[in-house]
Design a protein around this ligand. Structure first.
Ligand code: ZN
Length: 146
């Protein structure tokens, strides 16, 4: 096993066991439900956008496989404090990453998912939280990866 896949396993396991920003937001300005029928992942993403357009808080809840939960957990860390526009740009970069293009510098720690395009069945698990975030910020209440 290569170092990269070792690290991937460790990060996924850690975030799956201790998901960051897991729970509900009291009064989210945006929220969306995301469902991945392929795997059964079902999560909600809550976003609090402040008056200045920055994401003041973001949380998620629901149930999903390890990759889904780890991806959602890492997404909350990546976008908290960013503007809506920056978060949506990162969503686009992450979509490219899941197709095997890890060239964006903005991805940072999210590059851990750079090998996942080799496992098409898991790509939707990793993408679900981001689709829900995109749905929330563009006022779609529910999104499905199908
Ligand atoms: Zn899944």
């Amino acid at each position: 096993m290569s170092d990269a896949s070792d690290l991937y396993q460790q990060v996924i396991l850690d975030h799956n066991k201790k998901p960051r920003n897991f729970g509900k937001l009291g009064q989210p300005s945006h929220q969306a439900e995301g469902f991945n029928p392929l795997c059964g992942d079902h999560i909600w993403v809550y976003v609090q956008v402040g008056g200045d357009g920055h994401i003041d808080d973001v949380k998620f809840e629901g149930s999903g496989c390890a990759i889904c939960k780890a991806s959602a957990s890492m997404m909350t860390l990546a976008i908290k404090g960013k503007t809506e526009a920056e978060a949506l740009a990162l969503f686009t970069d992450f979509q490219s990453l899941l197709r095997g293009d890890a060239s964006s510098e903005r991805l940072g720690k999210l590059k851990i998912f750079s090998g996942i395009w080799q496992y098409p069945a898991r790509v939707k698990c990793a993408a679900l939280a981001w689709h829900a975030l995109n749905g929330a910020l563009t006022d779609k209440q529910s999104v499905s990866t199908e």
